[in-house]
Design a protein around this ligand. Structure first.
Ligand code: FES
Length: 328
């Protein structure tokens, strides 16, 4: 079952840097909003229309004060219209002060580790947003933290906010080679007990994790916040059997959407393969699963008994069409 919604109103709109819009959202009754852990995200309900065939639920990292805030703040990059016009970013960029928005209460998948002796934060592009929330909390509580931020010159959101919070503990770089060299150096000179947090495009996070592994960091001290899978291709059509019923899932429609349309209730939150809410069982009548989420581990996928309905699909084989038996 999806959690209850919060009714919000847009109270401020700011163009932070070209292509990135900051929004402040307050409760419609003006009451303080629920607190949240640093690194949490807010999921906004994006209505259908303007090129979106159906409603979406898009997750955005919260960047403002996290303890009994009077407003939630998010910073949203407008996607390239060629790939993201049907997504939520165009809708967010059209919002104005006074517009009403429905949201799910904040959820956290990327909180700082309390017992860490030090926090190394590494972000790129709009991936800076959850790390800003971390840095805000570390500054408030006096935790040891350092942040490396790779962004294009003039396009780095929140550069001033970061400097105001942590001064010389923040390094902003515009050159990937220089960034990689500094990252290597920092990965090798951290005190024992440091945890690493990264957020940015997938290729960037892969680089950070590769460098960390090379420097001998154990996986348990690495933490990543993925953007989701918004740029996935529409996929091939397939069929599903569920509760004795057979459903067709056309290209461009997710299994989650097909199940909802057929009247099945499936818990969901991010609808981008990140949060783990929409996990459904896979029965023995299924063919191979095309896993496209960022949530399940390799072991989960190898076990073959579940999938994330918002992004994953069935795959055909040489001797049978793409088909899944789903257990709700
Ligand atoms: S709804 Fe979040 S992983 Fe599917």
């Amino acid at each position: 079952m999806s959690p209850a919604r919060i009714s919000l109103v847009v109270t401020e709109v700011t163009e932070l840097v070209p292509g990135v819009r900051g929004l402040a959202l307050a409760a419609t009754d003006g009451a303080p909003l629920p607190s949240y852990p640093p690194g949490a995200h807010l999921v906004l309900d994006v209505p259908a229309g303007d090129g979106r065939p159906r409603a979406l639920a898009n997750a955005y990292s919260l960047t403002g004060e996290n303890v009994e805030p009077l407003e939630y703040r998010v910073s949203v990059l407008r996607c390239d219209p060629a790939t993201g016009a049907a997504g939520g970013s165009a809708w967010v960029h059209a919002l104005e002060v006074g517009d009403k928005v429905e949201a799910h209460p904040p959820r956290s998948l990327f909180a700082p580790v309390r017992h860490a002796s030090r926090h190394l934060l590494v972000g790129a592009g709009i991936g800076i947003t959850p790390l800003l929330s971390h840095l805000r909390s570390h500054a408030r509580w006096g935790a040891e933290a350092e942040l490396l931020y790779l962004c294009r010159e003039g396009l780095g959101a929140h550069v001033e906010d970061l400097a105001a919070l942590a001064g010389e503990s923040v390094t902003v770089l515009h050159d990937r080679a220089a960034f990689t060299a500094l990252l290597r150096e920092r990965l090798r000179d951290q005190p024992l007990g440091t945890h690493l947090y990264t957020c940015g495009p997938t290729g960037f996070m892969d680089l950070v994790h590769l460098e960390a592994a090379d420097a001998g960091w154990p996986a348990g001290r690495l933490h990543a916040e993925a953007f989701g899978t918004a740029d996935l291709d529409p996929g091939e059509p397939f069929t599903v059997s569920v509760d004795g019923e057979e459903l067709a899932v056309p290209a461009g429609v997710s299994l989650l959407e097909a199940l909802e349309e057929a009247g099945h209730e499936v818990a969901n939150l991010c609808r981008q393969g990140v949060c783990g809410e929409c996990r459904v069982g896979v029965g023995p009548g299924s063919g191979p699963v095309l896993h496209r989420d960022l949530y399940l581990t390799d072991e989960d996928k190898a076990a073959g008994d579940c999938l994330m309905a918002c992004v994953s699909r069935a795959e055909p084989t040489d001797d049978r069409p793409a088909h899944l038996e789903v257990i709700l």
